[in-house]
Ligand binder design. Structure first.
Ligand code: ADP
Ligand code: MG
Length: 287
């Protein structure tokens, strides 16, 4: 394509709510055959809410201790817990364990909040009741957040996210353009499967640690695929940079936007399909 055609393409992109880093981006956009979609904040709104608490302890105490830790975290799960907790005490020795959860000391209790793997690291086992509550929440596509203190698992917090209203249609359009959609997440397999089914994706890669998302993209590239990756989080940045085409949600973090080739200003995946169509049309490959 001529430089003029490329510039027209980028100008049209801006009208569609797509910011393109440079005209050369259109070339990689055109060749993409696989689109990896981050779940939380990309396919879903990422605005999570606490919808249930399973515990044999006092529920207010569970929320107070868990809320104190989550108050120091920016994770969407943390925001849901904090919103439900109300006033919370100070936390000492706080530590964010990337992709697993948070830990710290509250009122003299050593508290953990996060995935089962985080508890495993401290050799803390879920009892039968909590294991069942966790399994049930995950079957329903929820995220089960575990709370432990003083060496014992105490509660399952059930957190729900919602799929963005346009995600299903966007996946349909990406498929119609011949792309293979893949859902990628650090969340549990069952929750990921539930979201995937809701939007029409059958390939799911779940329980991936933030640092490993980039390897998933590399693996697909090693299989000979040309990979677009759409994401919003700090934990997506390396994968966005590795992808042949990085698509950042405009509603996401600055780090993700900087690592990407394209920004979908409204954070709407329909614009991802628009971008690919635009690139193909601009470069004259659409009939
Ligand atoms: P995603 O890939 O969906 O954006 P992350 O990799 O950030 O998710 O996190 C993976 C999982 O780790 C979350 O679904 C949650 O269960 C757990 N987790 C991460 N951070 C926290 C936190 N601050 N509090 C509780 N759980 C957390
Ligand atoms: Mg995300």
């Amino acid at each position: 394509a001529t430089p003029t055609a490329l510039l027209v393409g980028t100008g049209r992109g801006a009208q569609l709510g797509i910011l393109i880093k440079g005209p050369e981006v259109l070339e990689s956009t055109r060749r993409v055959d696989t689109v990896v979609l981050d779940k939380t904040g990309t396919v879903t709104t990422g605005r999570m809410s606490l919808i249930g608490v399973h515990t044999a302890e006092d529920e207010a105490e569970v929320l107070r201790l868990a809320g104190a830790l989550e108050n120091a975290s920016e994770h969407p799960v943390a925001k849901a817990v904090v919103a439900a907790a109300g006033d919370v005490p100070e936390v000492e020795d706080f530590r964010n364990v990337e992709g697993l959860g948070v830990q710290g000391v509250v009122d003299g209790h050593a508290v953990l909040v996060g995935r089962e793997r985080l508890l495993d690291d401290w050799s803390i086992r879920l009892g039968e009741d909590l294991a069942e509550a966790k399994a049930e929440a995950e079957r329903q596509g929820r995220t089960a957040v575990l709370v432990a203190w003083d060496g014992q698992a105490r509660a399952v917090l059930v957190v729900a996210d919602t799929v963005k209203p346009t995600s299903r249609e966007a996946v349909g359009r990406l498929r119609a353009l011949g792309l293979r959609p893949v859902l990628l997440t650090g969340d549990n397999e069952a929750a990921a499967r539930a979201v995937a089914a809701e939007v029409g994706i059958d390939e799911v890669i779940a329980e991936v640690l933030p640092a490993d998302k980039v390897d998933v993209v590399k693996r697909l590239q090693d299989e000979g695929r040309v990979v677009a990756m759409a994401g919003d989080g700090v934990n997506d940045a390396a994968a966005l940079a590795q992808a042949d085409l990085g698509l950042a949600m405009g509603t996401g973090t600055d780090v993700a936007i900087e690592a990407s080739d394209l920004t979908l200003v409204r954070g709407d995946l329909l614009a991802a399909a628009d971008a690919i169509r635009l690139a193909r049309r601009t470069l004259g490959t659409i009939k």
